[in-house]
Design a protein. Structure first.
Length: 352
């Protein structure tokens, strides 16, 4: 077995689905607290797969995590569980400290205790894979080189600061206790099952619902976009072949200004689902107040993972974004399930 945390969320859910697509893969214990971002509908297709064991619970629950490790004896933990939305971290940072820092600390301690009790072969085989973000490196100017693993940590938001803290804990557990960790720092993901509070799914759904497409500030902030399936393949590669104690930057070499991402989505929708009035979805673009402390540019230099592990993304931005838009058009039932009362409350709070 492997233990996946946060496997009912966007990336964790895609990871579990991709992992179990391979009939030769080991089973997955999926520990998820089912916060607003966790969604069991994402895992519907696994209902009859005995290799998937879902456990509703918190990575911060020492008793539960200890029991799961003892019972299932996983040979690896992949830690996706986190509060992940920068805007929510600005409104309420406490949960980010609790889950991302204290929760990761608890998971590390439970896992270390479990690992200490394994025999030599089990110890040698075990991996703790921590899934993190490029946002820990802070913000780049237009002319700065992309982030490498050697960049210093300069987090600017409560979200990125909490992820940076968790990365430091993971690093220290390797150096101090020899606990076998690998960390991946990935750029912005997009793709199926993405909760529609993040830019790409929000814009697709707002466009289809004749709502404004909110662009923060001047829309010239740059993100480096990676299709979620490529992130999942990179994690599988690093889990299998990554060097202990190392960090690997994962990215798609796809830097785009937010306004260009939104215009691309509009153009694809114009083609796949034209507006009834014949006008372009671009007409719905609205510039709104900027995010406080908004990082200007992220960019990942993914040459280490390419050079050392031979990983490369399969999708370009053009192929990935088209697939993504098509997925949202094809999956109204999943969408109806997430657009709940609490989602509407968030839109009201954030966009008034
Ligand atoms: P998400 O918010 O969609 O999902 C997070 C999942 O974790 C949810 O299912 C939630 O219920 C669960 N969770 C939250 N708190 C928990 C707790 N205390 N115990 C157990 N489960 C808990 O996030 P995501 O976008 O899928 O991101 C997954 C990971 O990847 C995060 O660690 C994030 O920092 C990292 N990451 C995300 C991106 C991105 O673009 N989304 C990019 C790089 C790295
Ligand atoms: P987001 O998807 O929240 O990811 P992150 O903040 O982790 O990069 O946002 C991506 C970019 O899009 C970011 O620069 C903020 C911007 N953005 C908007 O312009 N409007 C929006 O409504 C949202 C949610 C984000």
């Amino acid at each position: 077995m492997i233990l996946v945390t946060g496997g009912a969320g966007f990336i964790g859910g895609n990871f579990v689905l991709d992992w179990l697509k391979n009939p030769a893969s080991e089973g997955v214990i999926n520990l998820d607290k089912l916060t607003y971002a966790g969604n069991l509908a994402t895992l519907d297709s696994l209902k009859d797969d005995p290799r998937h064991i879902f456990v509703h619970g918190d990575i911060g629950d020492k008793e539960l995590v200890t029991r799961l490790l003892k019972e299932h004896q996983p040979r690896a933990i992949v830690n996706f569980a986190a509060e992940s939305h920068v805007d929510r971290s600005i409104h309420g940072p406490a949960e980010f400290v609790t889950t991302n820092i204290v929760g990761t600390f608890n998971l590390l301690e439970c896992a270390r205790e479990y690992w200490n009790g394994l025999d030599a072969a089990g110890k040698e085989r075990f991996r703790f894979h921590h899934v993190s973000t490029d946002e820990v490196y802070g913000s780049l100017s237009l002319t700065d080189p992309a982030f490498t693993e050697k960049n210093s940590y300069e987090p600017n938001s409560p979200y990125s600061a909490s992820k940076a803290a968790s990365d430091h804990l993971v690093r220290a557990w390797f150096h101090t206790y020899g606990f076998p960790v690998v960390t991946t720092n990935c750029s912005n993901n997009y793709g199926p099952y993405h909760f529609p509070e993040k830019l790409i799914p929000l814009v697709i759904l707002n466009a289809l619902n004749s709502k404004p497409l909110p662009i923060y500030g001047d829309g010239q902030q740059i993100r480096d976009w990676l299709y979620v399936g490529d992130h999942c393949s990179a994690i599988r590669e690093v889990l299998a072949k990554g060097k202990l104690g190392e960090t690997y930057n994962i990215g798609g070499w796809n830097e785009k200004a937010n306004i260009d991402v939104v215009k691309t989505i509009c153009r694809i929708l114009d083609e796949l689902k034209p507006r009834a009035d014949g006008k372009s979805y671009v007409e719905q673009i609205t510039f709104v107040k900027d995010r406080p402390g908004h990082d200007r540019r992220y960019a990942i230099d993914a040459s280490k993972v390419e050079r050392e592990l031979g990983w490369r993304p399969a999708e370009t931005f053009d192929t990935g974004i088209r697939k993504t838009v098509q997925w949202y058009l094809d999956n109204p039932v999943w969408i109806d399930g997430v657009v709940s009362g609490s989602y509407r409350d968030w839109l009201q709070k954030q966009y008034n």
